[in-house]
Write a protein that binds this ligand. Structure first.
Ligand SMILES: N[C@@H](CCC(=O)N[C@@H](CS)C(=O)NCC(=O)O)C(=O)O
Length: 215
């Protein structure tokens, strides 16, 4: 399976970690939003990352892709069978991809992706706005982060999605803060110690070496 994208993106990292959790082989094809690879554009009708090509089958959107993977290879499950746990897993995935990403990406795009990577117009005022929105989101996360184990009881897509958003924010100095958010930081530590996460982190290492703040 080909995954089009770049590992700085929380959505791309989420798909790669989910594939690694399932032990499914993939090739990461470095792609930026918008193109120009025709295979990527065919897989992602709106030019967003990630997208996949699996044989002749193409699909965009991280949650759609993981849902496809889950049906294709149900074990180990990332979406629980039990109703309440599945509902919570989807909630945390949605929380990460919409509420958290809406604010977090204001910072990531306007401090890193726009100015340093894609050389696109950026606006520090939008980054500052994202920063004012983050505390409510991080306070919520701290209130639901479990003392042990995972966000939805068992380990699910929700853990991967939320941790991946936090990982991307560490590129702009908004990663987990153990002093302020100890339960979140401990849970994040558990997610990022899993072999699947570590395998993707190894792929991401050249990106982090280049772009992570040094102090
Ligand atoms: N809901 C989508 C969001 C994908 C997304 O917005 N990706 C960003 C990169 S982090 C992107 O491609 N942005 C470019 C654009 O919106 O045109 C998913 O989960 O895959």
């Amino acid at each position: 399976m080909k995954v089009f994208g770049a590992l700085l993106s929380p959505f791309v990292r989420k798909v790669c970690v989910a594939l690694a959790e399932k032990g499914m082989a993939y090739e990461l094809v470095l792609s930026s939003p918008g193109g120009p690879d025709p295979d990527f554009l065919a897989a992602s009708p709106f030019g967003k990352i990630p997208a996949i090509k699996d044989g002749d089958y193409t699909l965009a959107d991280s949650t759609a892709i993981v849902t496809y993977m889950e049906a294709k290879q149900p074990s180990p499950a990332l979406l629980p069978a039990e109703a309440q746990a599945r509902g919570k897993a989807m909630w945390f995935d949605e929380f990460a991809d919409t509420i958290f990403a809406t604010s977090g990406l204001k910072i990531l795009f306007n401090r890193l992706v726009g100015p340093r990577l894609l050389k696109l117009p950026y606006d520090e005022a939008i980054a500052l706005q994202g920063e004012t929105e983050l505390p409510r989101i991080l306070d919520y996360l701290e209130s639901v982060a479990p003392e042990q184990g995972w966000l939805a009881g068992e380990f699910t897509l929700g853990d991967i999605s939320v941790a991946s958003m936090l990982r991307s924010l560490s590129y702009v100095r908004h990663g987990p803060d153990a002093a302020k958010y100890p339960k979140t930081a401990a849970w994040y530590g558990r997610v990022t110690a899993r072999p699947a996460w570590l395998a993707v982190a190894e792929l991401e290492a050249p990106v982090s070496e280049r772009l992570m703040p040094k102090d």
